[in-house]
Design a protein around this ligand. Structure first.
Ligand code: BES
Ligand code: MN
Ligand code: ZN
Length: 496
């Protein structure tokens, strides 16, 4: 989608569709008032007749509005003016884009970016509007042999407005940032939605390599199984030993500022399919385990966005990627492996594989001398039970880092919720035969998974994002969400 920014009166817009808000109950927004004035009360008359109350979710398409150069005017219900919060704003934008997409308009000028939202500025509104618009129009149909062709040409260009020319430069920046984030999210969703026979560890490595070719600030490094063996990554390799597809350890480095500046390291779980291994999963919905690489996809999408904007910061993406399969060469429950850190692990359940690949990636991350390390992983079903699909689970060994991530979540609307990482939980991981077991029993599954990881993250400030509930949706709306790219981007913006 092509996004633009403009200032100016609605009646002057030569466009297929002008979009304005109507508040509850039957009140006109500033842009709607302007149209009302030039049209000799056309809007207030039809509102008085009861065609539009301004309730949330309403929309009304008008043609040939007197005094307007635009072909159409689209009225969007916004609810009570004083009550428009972040979430309502996003819904208003999404509704407007859906309604617009049902018209024949190839482009539009939307005044909804001028709505007042408590303690949010133009920058925020524009960044969000672009992301929501792109999100609403997203489709994954690259593997359908016949694309659904609509009879009319599709929507191509969306112009958002700012009140005066003064806000244009700032708006332009916000638009560019929003566009880059939206592109990163789309990249993440596409990768995640691709099935495991397409999106293999090798494929992820190729995607990272492609990204690095497209930007001078990005460099890629791919470790093969032999390289990992030399580094002593016995834990990571134990997961991949059951699969015919070779594991990769992808490093994608973004240098946006001087070498001496310590990087933010993002570690993404890249299990391209999780059968559970010998501790095999039940069949229902097992297809969704193609999404077990959403952490990896979000790291690549975030780096793509950071590179597109050219942020003056250093970021490193580290992606351990494997397939978890049962086979004659797979791990058996009870097998013990030595991790890169030297700590030994008794694998009591081969389905707790995410932590087994992440722990070696966390140890590997020490070499980047990180400012912070944040891992992103579809790690535990328990997190879905605890928080559902609305909040990402957050655990950290450094409370200021946890706070910053929680705040970034609030600001971006891609929210996380903190769970405790107390010592009391660590004992659940004891093993009679190795330094630790890879599972901690039924209780507090998300916490004990993070406890496991914390043992490999002692040398730096670290946070863990469990995106098992938030990375994709099931049912009628099945598909990747692109979370938590938006949260991570907000966090990174706040560091520069
Ligand atoms: N990838 C899964 C976690 C998962 C399950 C994410 C369902 C989203 C939906 C992970 O590898 C896993 O299987 N975890 C186990 C851990 C258990 C064996 C301790 C789980 O959550 O059941
Ligand atoms: Mn698993
Ligand atoms: Zn998994």
């Amino acid at each position: 989608m092509d996004f633009n920014i403009k200032s100016g009166n609605p009646e002057k817009q030569r466009t297929a569709c002008v979009i304005v808000g109507i508040f509850e109950s039957r009140r006109l927004s500033a842009a709607a008032k302007a149209i009302d004035t030039v049209s000799d009360k056309y809007l207030s008359n039809l509102i008085r007749r009861g065609d539009m109350d301004g309730n949330k979710g309403q929309s009304l398409l008008l043609h040939n509005v007197p005094g307007m150069i635009a072909d159409r005017v689209l009225l969007i219900g916004c609810g009570k003016e004083r009550e428009i919060d972040d979430r309502t704003y996003r819904k208003i934008i999404a509704n407007s884009i859906r309604a617009l997409n049902n018209t024949g308009s190839l482009e539009c000028v939307s005044y909804l970016s001028e709505l007042t939202i408590k303690s949010r500025d133009h920058k925020w509104k524009l960044r969000q509007a672009v992301q929501v618009a792109e999100h609403t129009l997203y489709k994954f149909d690259e593997l359908k042999s016949k694309k659904k062709k609509s009879k009319r040409p599709p929507l191509r260009k969306i112009t958002f407005t700012v009140p005066t020319r003064r806000e244009l430069p700032l708006g332009e920046t916000a638009l560019n940032e929003g566009r880059a984030i939206a592109n990163g999210i789309k990249f993440t969703r596409d990768l995640a939605n691709r099935p495991s026979n397409v999106c293999t560890p090798t494929y992820l490595a190729k995607q990272a390599t492609e990204l690095s070719k497209g930007n001078r600030s990005l460099t890629v490094n791919i470790l093969e199984e032999a390289d990992m063996k030399k580094l002593g990554m016995g834990s990571l390799l134990s997961v991949s030993q059951g699969s015919a597809k070779p594991a990769k350890l992808i490093t994608l480095e973004y240098k946006g500022t001087k070498k001496t500046q310590k990087p933010i390291v993002l570690v993404g779980k890249g299990v391209t399919f999780d059968t559970g291994g010998i501790s095999i999963k039940p069949s229902p919905a097992m297809d969704e385990m193609k999404y077990d690489m959403c952490g990896a996809a979000s790291v690549l999408g975030t780096l793509a966005a950071v590179a597109e904007i050219g942020l003056p910061i250093n970021v490193v993406g580290v992606i351990p990627t494997v397939e978890n399969m049962p086979s004659g060469t797979a791990t058996n429950p009870g097998d013990i492996f030595t991790s890169m850190s030297g700590q030994t692990i008794e694998v009591l359940n081969t389905d707790a594989e995410g932590r087994l690949i992440l722990c070696d990636a966390l140890t590997y991350s020490e070499r980047f001398n990180p400012e912070v390390v944040i891992d992103i992983a579809t790690l535990t079903g328990a997190c879905v039970i605890a928080l559902g699909k609305h909040a990402t689970g957050l655990l950290s060994n450094h409370n200021p880092l946890a706070r910053e991530l929680l705040n970034a979540g609030e600001e971006s609307g891609d929210r996380a919720w903190q769970l405790p990482l107390w010592d009391e939980y660590q004992q659940q991981l004891s093993s009679p035969f190795a330094d630790m077991a890879n599972i901690g029993g039924r209780e507090a599954g998300t916490v004990t998974a993070a406890c496991f990881l914390s043992r490999f993250a002692e040398k730096y400030h670290w946070a863990h994002l469990d995106i098992a509930g938030t990375a994709w949706l099931s049912g009628a709306n099945k598909g990747a969400t692109g979370r938590p790219v938006s949260l991570l981007m907000q966090y990174i913006f706040n560091q520069v």
